[in-house]
Ligand binder design. Sequence first.
Ligand SMILES: Nc1ncnc2c1ncn2[C@@H]1O[C@H](COP(=O)(O)OP(=O)(O)OP(=O)(O)O)[C@@H](O)[C@H]1O
Ligand SMILES: [Mg+2]
Length: 161
Amino acid sequence: MSIDFFLPDTQSTEALAEALAQTLPERAVVFLHGELGAGKSTLARALLRALGVTGPIKSPTYALVERYPLDGGGAEAVHLDLYRIAGVDELEFLGLGDLASARLWLVEWPEKGGKALPAADLQIHLTVEGEGRRAELRANSQSARDWLVRFSKIAGLTGSS
Ligand SMILES: Nc1ncnc2c1ncn2[C@@H]1O[C@H](COP(=O)(O)OP(=O)(O)OP(=O)(O)O)[C@@H](O)[C@H]1O
Ligand SMILES: [Mg+2]
């Protein structure tokens, strides 16, 4: 199952993130695909904000991973940017096993993570289209298919499936 949207501006990216956050499943691994400047970090940041992260949201470009507590119940979101990773070894060095129980994974440049990453529930492909962006949301698991069904009921965006 996949859904496709045109996002004319960053506000519509934020609206997409808001609707994804409101319908978030118990656990989700989200891969953010797209060239440099496609809007992956904008979407990741908006999603973290929509989930109630109030402190600074740093780009994980150098640290590779940033972790954020969600609500009071010990849940966690992790944001990875693997653009600068030298090799898959470096990921193993980071100890991703430690992150396994995170409620939400947001991974930019997942292509560089290979088998060290958990499987994606949802893949979001972003492409530059004129002044805006196109987003394609692809569900790879039952939980993500259910997510997209909930999401499409509330998303105030016009899309096609
Ligand atoms: N829907 C949108 N419409 C127009 N501009 C957008 C949209 N989403 C993001 N942008 C703009 O695109 C630029 C790049 O965004 P962003 O840093 O999120 O890209 P990225 O995919 O994370 O890039 P990188 O691979 O370099 O980390 C920013 O200036 C951002 O404001
Ligand atoms: Mg980025």
